[in-house]
Design a protein around this ligand. Structure first.
Ligand code: ZN
Length: 168
């Protein structure tokens, strides 16, 4: 059984029980549903408050996503790239918090599984590639030019995004 809020053509609101949505449609079309106030058989389901608030929620969520999309993306810089000047710190919303969390985890993983060679990153990456240094995962800093040269020579480098206020 479903309880429907109903409204007649004169705007009287009342509630009634039905076996289901189809039962209501059938009974209403046969003139079996009457307004208890005026006897009108022109009765339809009233807009339920929960469904209204749900659609409002969806609207505001869509609005939030639109605003998020319109906002300039958070600066993502790589450790192999020269750090950009830190921009103004904006209030972080939930999505940005999650992004920061993901970047933090990535950092932890990279830090745990790589050897820090610092400024010698480009040199060391090339040595490993040429077999002059033991093969291992390394991390460090490289200039944009160095990173490009490595990539041009087929040496894979992966820029790790860093947080604006969390540079190593
Ligand atoms: Zn009525």
């Amino acid at each position: 059984m479903i309880k429907y809020s109903l409204v007649c053509k004169k705007g009287h609101e009342f509630e009634s029980w039905f076996a289901g949505s189809e039962a209501f449609e059938e009974q209403a079309s046969r003139g079996l549903v009457e307004c208890p106030f005026c006897g009108s058989k022109n009765v339809s389901k009233a807009l339920m408050a929960p469904s209204v608030s749900t659609s409002r929620k969806k609207e505001s969520r869509a609005e939030a996503i639109r605003q998020l999309g319109a906002r300039p993306a958070a600066p993502v810089e790589g450790e192999v790239l020269p750090p950009a000047a830190p921009g103004p710190v904006a209030l972080l919303d939930e999505n940005q918090q999650k992004l920061r969390e993901a970047i933090r985890e990535l950092h932890a993983k990279v830090t745990e599984n790589t050897v820090d060679v610092g400024e010698k990153f480009a040199e060391e990456a090339r040595k490993i590639h040429d077999g002059e240094a033991p093969e291992r995962a390394i991390r460090g800093q490289a200039s944009l030019k160095q990173a490009k040269e490595l990539l041009d020579d087929g040496i894979p480098v992966l820029p790790v995004p860093s947080l604006p206020d969390d540079n190593n």
